[in-house]
Design a protein around this ligand. Structure first.
Ligand code: ADP
Ligand code: MG
Length: 695
C-alpha cells in the first residue's frame, strides 16, 4: 500500500522540515523572510544551509545546484558537490550560507538579448526562499532568480516575483478602501492544467522530426483520428495508467499537488492538473512537472510530447492558466461572496481585470506567442488569436445594469445599488462554461486558455499580474481621494464598464462572425508571432512595466528580441529537418517504389497483362516527387536569403510570410506520396502507427 500523506513532500525542505531541523529563532527569522519578503541575514543563512545539507545528505544527496529559469524557457542547473577537502586528505560534506544564497554560474551561453556584453559573462543566482528547495536525482535543488552583474534580469522568475510585488501593493490599497484591515498580503494564485501526448518510444526514435523539432513535419491524416470523440475522458489504457501512477508518486514526492488526470480529445493525448498554489511556486512546479513527465515516460518505454502541435489535423496541446488573487488570510478576491459589501469589492477587482485585458490585449497575446503555438490559436481547437473575455450571461446582466444604473432582474434577486444589494447567484459549475473563450471567468477565477503546452507559465503571469496591478493602482488613486466613497465607486464602475465592455464576448469564439464583430469593436487580431511580438516594446507597454518596476525598457526590448530570435531559430530547425528528411528519406524511398513499379510493368508486358494502375501511380508519384524536390530547393534559397536580413522583426516576418507557406507546400507533396506509397517503402512510422502506438 502506498501511504500518500507520508510520501507527499518527502523530497522537499518544506516548513515542516524547517521547523524540525532549525533552532526556533532561526526558523522564525526564515519564516519572516518567506512570508514578508524581508532579507535574510547572513548568520541565519549559514545555519539554514547547514541544516539543509544535513537533511539532503541523509536523503542520499551528494550535490547541490542553484536551479533557475533562463530565457531558454526550460530550467538550468549546474551541479556542485558538497565535498570540501580536509588537511588529512579526506573530505567532509559542506555547504555554506553564501553558497545557499548566491551562485555565480557562467552565464555567457544563456540568451540575454544583448543585455549583457560578452566580456561580462558573469551572471548571479539568488535564492527565492518562498519556493522550497527539493531533491532531484541525488541533487539538492535550490530555486533561484538569475540576473547579470549590473543587475539586469536574465530569467523568468525575477520579473514574476516583481509583478507579484506590484500586485500585492495595489490590491492591498483597494482592500483597505473596503475596510479590510487584517490582510497583510495579497498574492496571485495559479493552477496550470497541462496537456501532453504519450507515444511509444520506438515511434519517437524513428522520426527525425520528432527528435529535432518535437513535432511531426510530415504525416498524412490517418483513417481514424479524433472524429469518433471516443478518447476524451475515455478509459485509460493499462500502459498509460501505469505511467500516470508512477508520475503522481514522483510529483507528490517533490511536493506537487497532482490532482486530476484524464484522457484528452486526441488519441494518445492526456491532461494533468495540480491543485493551485501561489504563482511563483506554481511556475517552478510546472517546470519541474514537465521534466518529471519526460523522465517517467522514459522508464515506461514511452515518450512524452509536450509540443503544442505534434500532429497536424489532430488537436494540439495547451496549458490552461487558472488565475486568481488571494489574501494571506485565505480570501479569494475573485469570489463574489454573498453580502453586498463583498459583492462591491468583488465587482471592483473584476473590473480591474476587465480593463486590464482590454487595454493590454497585445501583451496577453504576445505572452503566448511562439512558433509552436501559432499552429493552435485560431485553428478551431484553441481560442482564436483575438483576446476577449467570457463572464457568463448572469454577470453580463449585472454589468449592464451597473453601467446603465437600472434595476437588474435576473433569476431571483434584483440588483439596485452597489454596496446595498446582493448579486444573484452566479453559476459555478462546469457544464455551461464557454470553452472557446481565451479568458474566461469560471465562478471564482479566470482561466487564460491561450498558453501552449511547452510554455513556462511565468511569462503570461508576469503580464497578468502587472496589468491588473496597474489598473488597481488607478482605481485606488481615484477612490482614495474621493470625498464620497460610494458615489466615487459607483461612478468608476459605470465608466469602466462603458469604456471596456467591448472586450466581453460570451458567444462562440470559433466563428467567422466573431472575427468580423471583433474587428468592428476594434479588437486586435494578431495572427502569428511575427505580428504579435513587436507589440512588446510599444511605448504604452514599456511605460507600464517601468511604472510597476517589473522591467526596464532595456529588459523589454531584450526579451522581445529573444522571443523573435527564438521564433526564427525554431523555424530554421524545422525547415532544415524537412530538407533532410525530404532528400535523404522520402525522395529515395519514393524512387525505389517507382523502380519496383517499373520492373513490374516490364515483367507484365511480355504476357500482355494490364498495367494501367502501375502506370498511373508512377506518373502521380514521379510528378509529386519532382515537385517536392523543387520545393526543397525553394526553401534552401529562402534560408540563404533570410540570412541577409538584419532586423529581427523583419526576419520573423520573412519566416511567417515567405518560408512557412513553402514548407507547407513541400509537406503537402510528401503527404500525398505517403498515401500512395507501399507501406514497406515509407521511411518512417505514419500518424496511424504513432497515435495508436500505446496499448
Ligand atoms: P477544468 O478547467 O478542467 O474544468 P477545474 O475546474 O477542475 O478544471 O480547475 C482547474 C484548475 O483551476 C485546477 O488546477 C484548480 O486547482 C485551479 N483553481 C481552482 N481555484 C483556483 C484559484 N482560486 N486560483 C487559481 N487556480 C484555481
Ligand atoms: Mg480548463
Amino acid at each position: 500500500m502506498i501511504n500518500v500523506p507520508e510520501l507527499f513532500g518527502e523530497s522537499v525542505f518544506n516548513l515542516q522540515v524547517m521547523q524540525d531541523k532549525l533552532p526556533k529563532e532561526v526558523f522564525k527569522s526564515l519564516k519572516k523572510t518567506i512570508d514578508e519578503g524581508v532579507p535574510l541575514d547572513a548568520g541565519v543563512a549559514s545555519i539554514v544551509a547547514n541544516a539543509m545539507k544535513d537533511w539532503a545528505v541523509e536523503k542520499g544527496a551528494t550535490h547541490y545546484t542553484h536551479w533557475f529559469q533562463p530565457m531558454t524557457g526550460i530550467t538550468a542547473e549546474k551541479h556542485d558537490s558538497f565535498i570540501t577537502p580536509t588537511k588529512d586528505g579526506k573530505v567532509i560534506m559542506d555547504f555554506s550560507g553564501k553558497e545557499l544564497v548566491v551562485g555565480e554560474p557562467d552565464a555567457s551561453s544563456f540568451p540575454s538579448g544583448g543585455v549583457r556584453a560578452t566580456f561580462e559573462a558573469r551572471g548571479y543566482t539568488a535564492w527565492d526562499p518562498t519556493s522550497f528547495a527539493f531533491i532531484k536525482d541525488g541533487t539538492l535543488c535550490i530555486p533561484t532568480a538569475f540576473f547579470s552583474y549590473s543587475g539586469e534580469v536574465l530569467d523568468k522568475k525575477t520579473p514574476l516575483l516583481k509583478s507579484m510585488r506590484a500586485l500585492n501593493k495595489q490590491a492591498l490599497r483597494i482592500l483597505r478602501l473596503f475596510g479590510n484591515t487584517t490582510a497583510k498580503r495579497v498574492y496571485p494564485t495559479v493552477g496550470a492544467e497541462q496537456e501532453y501526448f504519450l507515444i511509444d518510444r520506438k515511434m519517437y526514435d524513428a522520426r527525425k522530426d520528432l527528435i529535432f523539432s518535437g513535432r511531426t513535419l510530415f504525416g498524412a491524416k490517418p483513417p481514424k483520428g479524433q472524429e469518433m470523440e471516443d478518447h476524451y475522458f475515455g478509459p485509460i489504457k493499462k500502459r498509460v495508467s501505469d505511467f500516470m501512477h508512477d508520475l503522481d508518486i514522483e510529483l507528490w514526492r517533490v511536493g506537487i499537488l497532482a490532482k486530476t488526470k484524464h484522457n484528452e480529445v486526441a488519441p494518445s493525448q492526456h491532461e494533468l492538473a495540480p491543485i493551485f498554489s501561489i504563482t511563483n511556486v506554481a511556475s517552478d512546479q510546472n517546470q519541474l512537472m514537465m521534466e518529471i513527465m519526460k523522465k517517467v515516460a522514459a522508464k515506461h518505454g514511452l515518450y512524452c510530447l509536450l509540443h503544442e502541435k505534434p500532429f497536424a489535423g489532430v488537436n494540439g496541446s495547451g496549458k490552461h492558466n487558472n488565475w486568481s488573487m488571494s489574501t494571506d488570510t485565505g480570501l479569494n478576491l475573485l469570489d463574489p461572496g454573498s453580502t453586498p459589501a463583498e459583492n462591491s469589492q468583488f465587482i471592483t477587482f473584476l473590473l480591474a481585470v476587465i480593463k486590464a485585458v482590454d487595454e493590454y490585449q497585445d501583451l496577453l497575446r504576445l505572452s503566448v506567442a511562439s512558433a509552436g503555438n501559432d499552429h493552435r490559436l485560431g485553428a478551431n481547437e484553441a481560442p482564436p488569436a483575438i483576446v476577449s473575455m467570457y463572464i457568463g450571461e448572469e454577470l453580463a446582466g449585472v454589468i449592464e445594469a451597473l453601467e446603465k444604473d437600472v434595476k437588474y432582474s435576473g433569476k431571483g434577486k434584483q440588483l439596485m445599488k452597489l454596496g446595498v444589494d446582493t448579486l444573484p447567484d452566479l453559476p459555478k459549475d462546469t457544464t455551461d462554461r464557454n470553452r472557446t473563450s481565451p479568458f474566461a471567468f469560471t465562478g471564482n477565477k479566470f482561466e487564460f486558455r491561450m498558453l501552449g503546452s511547452t510554455f513556462s507559465i511565468a511569462g503570461p503571469n508576469i503580464i497578468i499580474n502587472t496589468i491588473v496591478a496597474d489598473e488597481l493602482r488607478q482605481f485606488a488613486d481615484e477612490l482614495e481621494g474621493a470625498k464620497d466613497f460610494n458615489a466615487a465607486l459607483h461612478d468608476l464602475v459605470a465608466r469602466t464598464i462603458r469604456e471596456h465592455k467591448r472586450i466581453i464576448f460570451n458567444g462562440n469564439n470559433y466563428t467567422e462572425e466573431w472575427t468580423r464583430e471583433a474587428k468592428k469593436r476594434g479588437l486586435l487580431n494578431l495572427r502569428n508571432s511575427a505580428e504579435a511580438l513587436p507589440y512588446f516594446a510599444a511605448k504604452k507597454n514599456i511605460e507600464l512595466f517601468e511604472r510597476n518596476s517589473v522591467f526596464t525598457e532595456r529588459e523589454v526590448t531584450s526579451r522581445m528580441e529573444i522571443m523573435l530570435e527564438n521564433y526564427g531559430k525554431v523555424l530554421t530547425i524545422e525547415a532544415l529537418t524537412m530538407i533532410e528528411m525530404g532528400k535523404k528519406d522520402i525522395f529515395p524511398a519514393v524512387n525505389a517504389y517507382i523502380a519496383e513499379l517499373c520492373n513490374t510493368i516490364m515483367a507484365k508486358k511480355p504476357f500482355g497483362l494490364p498495367w494501367t494502375a502501375e502506370g498511373e501511380l508512377i506518373k502521380k508519384l514521379s510528378s509529386a516527387n519532382e515537385s517536392m524536390y523543387a520545393k526543397i530547393s525553394e526553401i534552401e534559397t529562402l534560408l540563404v536569403a533570410v540570412k541577409e536580413i538584419t532586423d529581427v522583426k523583419e526576419v520573423a516576418r520573412f519566416f511567417a510570410d515567405k518560408i512557412i507557406p513553402v514548407m507547407q507546400e513541400m509537406r503537402a507533396y510528401a503527404d500525398e506520396m505517403e498515401v500512395n506509397t507501399a507501406k514497406k517503402y515509407w521511411p518512417f512510422p505514419t500518424y496511424g502507427d504513432i497515435l495508436f502506438s500505446v496499448s
